[in-house]
Design a protein around this ligand. Structure first.
Ligand code: COA
Ligand code: MG
Length: 330
């Protein structure tokens, strides 16, 4: 371990992050009464330009009137290159009471973007005497965002999470694909011919590199890595495969762009019972081994050592948090 200690962001359950366009206020109550861990009230790309001011008013009213219970509430503001951005921050914090937990900044390109929004938030919070500081989450979804990700992830103590946004990232880097987060049938390799001259096609994950960088940069600064949207909400199997690979890579949750994806995300980002059982066994066996003077021991025919404890403890800690949150909701 490095001598530099990483302070983790506050614990927050975020297996599913349901997006709700703020032009559809009828959806607020539905989202509030559903099983999503986080509700993302969207002012950005799901709202047409002419509707931006009304969407903001709807959001403010919802923060004051809707009972969101124990859920984390986030709002996605418009980007720093628009004229809606500053009012999204100022008006909503000034008029929305204390219910908002997070502001999600889209299309972040450099650390100064975080600095600018942090300054706006700080000024409004000081003015109104807000008790609970608003935290920040950032979408990495551009070439600049990915290249500057390390400085972005360390830009402010308000930061809580990094998200990967596939569609805008693809647009920004000129990737030849139009789906939102899924695979592409042309991004494949062909195996060499076997003895029967037969060749297999292996589909590749075209989002692997930015996802891995996002996870590492987030963890480097104690932030949660979250996977973004999977656009085809009529394909639960595709969502499941995509989400499972994000969970394996270290993500703690995934966006849901339709309510049908919420339950899937909650299931995917809850560690499977057999993994939890195995992790608890590793911790127990290693603790016993260490008390007997062994740094490495065998378990079910394989090696486990101190690194295994650290891997296993992550799973046990995640499960503890889920159990606590679910008990608190009952
Ligand atoms: N939050 C809460 N409830 C939602 C919802 C959402 N985001 N989207 C749909 N619902 C509700 C509908 O009102 C409907 O409820 P009902 O059964 O009581 O009538 C039910 O879920 C089924 O909805 P459906 O008819 O399948 O969807 P739709 O055609 O109304 O809307 C979308 C489909 C994709 C337009 C909508 O889900 C949506 O706007 N998603 C978020 C998009 C977004 O924010 N994108 C930006 C981030 S990528
Ligand atoms: Mg986007």
């Amino acid at each position: 371990m490095s001598f530099t200690k990483v302070e983790p962001a506050p614990v927050r359950l975020c297996r599913s992050q349901l997006f709700v366009p703020c032009v559809r206020p009828a959806l607020f109550e539905k989202a509030a009464s559903g099983p999503a861990d986080v509700i993302s009230l969207d002012l950005e790309d799901s709202v047409a330009p002419n509707d931006k001011p009304q969407a903001r008013e709807n959001l403010i009213q919802a923060l004051n009137d809707v009972d969101f219970g124990e859920k984390t509430i986030s709002m996605r503001i418009n980007g720093l290159d628009t004229h809606w951005c500053y009012r999204d921050v100022i008006d909503v914090i000034a008029k929305g009471g204390e219910r908002l937990d997070l502001i999600m900044i889209p299309k972040v390109g450099c650390a100064a973007d975080i600095y600018a929004i942090d300054m706006l938030i700080t000024q409004v919070e000081m003015e109104i005497g807000r008790k609970k500081p608003v935290k920040l989450e950032v979408i990495i979804e551009s070439a600049a965002g990915l290249e500057n990700i390390v400085e972005i992830a360390g830009a402010s103590p308000r930061l809580d999470a990094l998200h990967f946004g596939a569609a805008d990232y693809a647009a920004s880097t000129g990737m030849r694909t139009t789906n939102i987060g899924g695979p592409n049938p042309d991004y494949v390799i062909l195996t060499d011919p076997d003895a029967q001259e037969s060749r297999d096609i292996h589909w590749q994950d075209l989002w692997h590199y930015p996802m891995m960088r996002m996870v590492a940069a987030a963890r480097m600064h104690g932030l949660r890595p979250i996977d973004g949207p999977f656009g085809n909400y009529s394909d639960p199997d595709g969502f499941r495969a995509h989400g499972n690979r994000s969970a394996i890579l270290g993500c703690e949750g995934k966006w849901a762009i339709h309510p049908s994806q919420v339950g899937l995300a909650n299931e995917i980002f809850t560690p499977p019972a057999d993994e939890v059982e195995k992790a608890e066994k590793i911790v127990a066996e290693m603790t016993k081994g260490q008390s007997e003077g062994f740094g490495a021991v065998s378990l079910d025919g394989g090696l486990i050592d101190a690194a295994s404890i650290r891997q296993a403890e992550n799973i046990v800690r995640q499960m503890d948090m889920i159990r606590k949150a679910e008990t608190a909701r009952k």
